[in-house]
Design a protein around this ligand. Structure first.
Ligand code: TXA
Ligand code: MG
Length: 366
């Protein structure tokens, strides 16, 4: 199969007002092609503000089955259904509790997924056999336009081969699925760069199943009490069904071994030195760290690191967190065998960053 790539330069379209007509035409053509494929039961990769998604018509079980086989995803790991309006969401859930309305008004469109009791029309395959369904309204304008023009809800996991770091750029999707899907819409890098927060609202108390783009603090501020999933807490798993086969494997993992480096300035150099001593001769080593950290490293240490990847500044943690998957994927491209990553404080977006990092490292979260 040949994978067609449609490039949509949102920034350029927004910047250049004079071009907006041809820009709009370009978007319309790309979206029409993608929507037609979705209606025909095909799988299409598209951008969201979090990561790229591998989408299919959520109400078509045959189409959704293709997602699982293309990704190599265990069939009991449910998919997130993407919609363009609250009215559409209400058609695929059984209940719409007040807390869902509060979250929707505050955080949609955006990087928050709500888990709610599912309506009958949602195929069991999409919900992984559970009686709940995960729903979200993304904020990326291409994603929204695609959902509208396809005229159906779109089920989409992250567009990566199961177990690999999620794709935050079109080229990441290309690397994983070139020749396996008919179409990829490339609209540049994803600004959030980490997946959506998954919040379970099917019980009396909201439960955070996966930290993500909307922070625990933001949710607590509007909802009051929010529990953190105990499976997540004790075993570092992202998934509620403890028997999920997917849980046996590392998630978000590059080929190289990851070591997490302290962010305390007095410990960084020592930590890095220790890892350098452990590494075998000839092994390539990378350090993904903050701009402020690079300034504290001695020249000797810097000279021993093959790939120094600056995530960003401590002053702008969201931007730095958004580059984690890009950094991990770059390590794979450059065949790095030892990957050192500087930790972040586990609050705000740092909670999602550390959750992905620990899973990528194959470590348990506490
Ligand atoms: O940001 C995102 O959420 C991206 C973009 C494409 O929207 N999608 C994404 O999908 O990350 P995926 O499949 O990689 O992760 C979906 C997560 C999984 O941890 C899955 O177990 C959980 O959501 N999930 C889905 N349906 C669920 C349900 N009914 N109950 C509990 N967890 C559910
Ligand atoms: Mg994923």
């Amino acid at each position: 199969m040949e994978t067609k790539v449609i490039i949509i330069d949102i920034a350029e379209i927004l910047r250049d007002k004079k071009q907006s007509l041809s820009g709009a035409r370009m978007i319309a053509e790309g979206l029409r092609a993608a929507a037609t494929l979705l209606k025909q039961g095909e799988v299409v990769a598209f951008p969201t503000e979090t990561v790229y998604g591998l989408g299919a018509n959520a109400l078509d079980p045959v189409a959704c089955k293709k997602i699982f086989s293309i990704k190599g995803r265990p069939s009991d790991n449910p998919l997130i259904v993407h919609l363009a309006s609250i009215e559409e969401v209400k058609k695929i859930v059984l209940e719409w509790p007040e807390k869902a309305q509060i979250c929707a008004e505050k955080f949609w469109p955006g990087p928050l997924t709500l888990v709610l009791p599912k309506a009958k029309i949602v195929p069991p395959l999409v919900s992984g056999g559970l009686d709940t369904v995960a729903v979200r309204i993304p904020s990326n304008m291409v994603a929204l336009a695609l959902i509208r023009s396809a005229g159906c809800p779109i089920a989409a996991p992250s567009a990566n081969i199961s177990g690999k770091p999620s794709p935050t750029e079109g080229k990441h999707v290309w690397q994983d699925f070139q020749g396996k899907i008919p179409l990829l819409i490339d609209a540049g890098p994803c600004p959030v760069g980490l997946e959506s927060t998954v919040l379970d609202l099917s019980g009396p108390i909201p439960v955070l199943l996966r930290p993500g783009g909307v922070t625990f603090e933001q949710l607590s501020a509007v909802l009051g009490r929010v529990e953190v999933d105990s499976v997540e807490n004790t075993k570092g798993q992202q998934f509620v069904q403890p028997k999920s086969p997917g849980m046996k494997y590392r998630h978000y993992a590059p080929h190289g071994e990851i070591a997490i480096i302290s962010s305390l300035s007095q410990e960084i150099e020592e930590n890095v030195k220790k890892e350098l001593r452990k590494k075998k001769t000839g092994q390539k080593i990378a350090f993904l760290c903050m701009e402020e950290t690079v300034r504290t490293l001695s020249n000797r240490i810097i000279s021993e690191i093959d790939l120094l990847f600056i995530l960003g500044s401590r002053e702008m943690l969201e931007a730095a967190a958004s580059r984690l998957f890009e950094g991990l994927r770059l390590c794979d491209e450059q065949k790095v065998e030892v990957i050192l990553v500087e930790e972040m404080p586990e609050k705000g977006i740092g909670l999602a960053f550390m959750n992905r990092l620990k899973k990528a490292a194959g470590k348990r979260t506490h």
